[in-house]
Structures are given as C-alpha cells and as structure tokens.
Write a protein that binds this ligand. Structure first.
Ligand SMILES: Nc1ncnc2c1ncn2[C@@H]1O[C@H](COP(=O)(O)OP(=O)(O)OP(=O)(O)O)[C@@H](O)[C@H]1O
Ligand SMILES: [Mg+2]
Length: 260
C-alpha cells in the first residue's frame, strides 16, 4: 500500500490536517489542523465536550476520522495503524490500573505485554521516577487517586515510546501530585519524547507547554506559544498591584516547602 507521507519522519511528530468527526448529527471536529514538533509539549485546551478526547482517540487509532489526515511518528493513523500503535502510548482520562495487583506488578505486567526484556528493572526504574518506590509493593486498591494517576502514567512509559498522549493527566490530583506529574512530563520532553496533553487547567498549559492550542466549536481557534497567545490581547496597562500569594502558593509552600 502506498501512502504519501505528509512529512518526512524527522519533521513534526504529529501532523493533523482537516480532521473531521461527527457522532450522528453532532459535528465534533470540523476541520482540525495541528503540527506538534518532536520533543515538544503541546497542550490542547478546550471546555467539556469540545472534542479533546475524540481527537486523542483518533490520533491513537481508537476511533476513525470521517475526513482529513493525521500522521503520528510518520505513520498515517487510518492506514498504518500498527505503526502508530508501536510509536505511542496513551494515558486515558480515567486511570487504567489493576486494583488487585501491586504497583510494581502492574508495571511488570505492562513491560511483559510489550515484550520488553528486564521487566523488573524497568518497573523499579519507573517506580523511582514517579516516587512510588515505597508504595510499589502495596496493592493499588490501597493507593490514593494521585498515586494511581502517577502509576497509570508510569505504565504508559514502559518501552519509551517516542510519542505520548496524556488525556487530562492531572484531573483530580492535589497540587503536589500535579507538580510531580508536571516534573515527569518535562523530563520526558527533555529526553526527546513528544507529549500531547489535554487539559482544562489553564495554568497547567501555562506552566508546561511549549505550544498551546484552543479547540472550540470543532476548530482550533488559536495555536501558539504562551507569549504569542498573550499578544492576542491588548497590552496591559501598567498599574500598581500588590501581588498576593494565591491559595495554591500558600498550600505548596507549607506542604512541600517549594516556592513557585
Ligand atoms: N462515542 C460517542 N458517541 C456519541 N457522542 C460522542 C461519543 N464520544 C464523544 N461524543 C460527543 O462528542 C463531543 C466531544 O466529546 P469529547 O469526549 O471528545 O470531549 P472532551 O473535550 O474530551 O470533553 P471533557 O473535557 O469533558 O473530557 C461531546 O458532545 C460528546 O458527547
Ligand atoms: Mg475528554
């Protein structure tokens, strides 16, 4: 089968052109275009029901688009699904961990399913990276929401896929848990992994993303760096304002000793 690539493999890690998707009468994606550079963090913002999960599902081959093209790591999502699946991992909006197993057992299981050698070493390394070493021997049923979320993300990283999709990775996490996930995501990108994440938390996109796109009414309204997006609004007038710490600043300073 011959597929004309939208790009060479060294270019953008994710390329989407004119993507459309409807569910019955409801037109959810109405011509979405995005490019995500290799090794960058791209945040997709949008309200509830904007179509973020739908787009992520199409890019991870779980759903078929009605029209348009999308490539991930040089593979066409419609016609080269196997290539796409080998290139990605997906952490869905709801944690997919096995409650009965321990954290370490979950990781070992995923590593074995992916035919990786040294599943135990990989599991221990991921536990360490996500501050779960101590919890590793406990059953997931006894984990907090944040621990589950971190384990879920750790599981998606077994095998070091070049592209990862994180659908609302920090929803339901406390501020400390969010910082830990952010740190892990930054580390991934600095190691060359391409990250596409969806979020409803504007500050998450601000802190984490190299580029931010806003999905609204089926189309990408804007796409740019934080500075570029800021320039879309009139320049702020200079006023004297006493900068007071937010409740989140106070909480984090007291709980982690960390100042942002
Ligand atoms: N399988 C489906 N069948 C019918 N409608 C669907 C299906 N999946 C999604 N939709 C509809 O498509 C729209 C977009 O849903 P989607 O889950 O992509 O939004 P989202 O941006 O991820 O929202 P949230 O922030 O709540 O997770 C919604 O109106 C939803 O009801
Ligand atoms: Mg969603």
């Amino acid at each position: 089968m011959s597929v004309t690539p939208l790009m060479d493999r060294a270019g953008a890690a994710i390329r989407v052109q004119g993507l459309e998707k409807s569910f019955g009468q409801v037109s959810v994606l109405r011509g979405v275009d995005i490019d995500v550079a290799r090794g960058s963090i791209f945040a997709l913002l949008g309200s509830n029901g904007a179509g973020k999960t739908t787009l992520v599902k199409i890019l991870s081959t779980l759903l078929k688009a009605d029209a348009g093209r999308a490539e991930v790591n040089g593979f066409d999502v419609g016609r080269q699904a196997a290539g796409v699946r080998e290139s990605i991992s997906l952490t869905g909006q709801f944690a997919a961990v096995d409650e009965i197993l321990t954290g370490r057992e979950n990781l070992v299981m995923v590593a074995r399913l992916r035919h990786l050698k040294n599943a135990g070493t990989i599991a221990d390394d991921l536990l360490r990276r996500f501050s779960l070493t101590e919890a590793g021997a406990r059953r997931v049923a006894a984990y907090s929401g944040g621990m589950r979320r971190r384990l879920d993300i750790a599981m998606s990283l077994a095998g070091n896929p070049p592209v990862i999709f994180l659908d609302e990775p920090t929803t339901g996490l406390d501020p400390e848990g969010r910082l830990e996930v952010w740190r892990a995501v930054r580390e991934l990108a600095s190691g060359g992994t391409t990250v596409l994440l969806t979020t409803q938390h504007l500050d998450e996109a601000e802190h984490l993303a190299d580029r931010i796109a806003i999905l609204h009414e089926g189309r990408i309204l804007v796409n740019g760096t934080l500075d570029e997006l800021r320039k879309l609004l009139p320049q702020a007038t200079v006023e004297y304002v006493e900068k007071r710490p937010t409740l989140e600043d106070v909480f984090l300073a007291l709980v982690t000793g960390e100042k942002r």
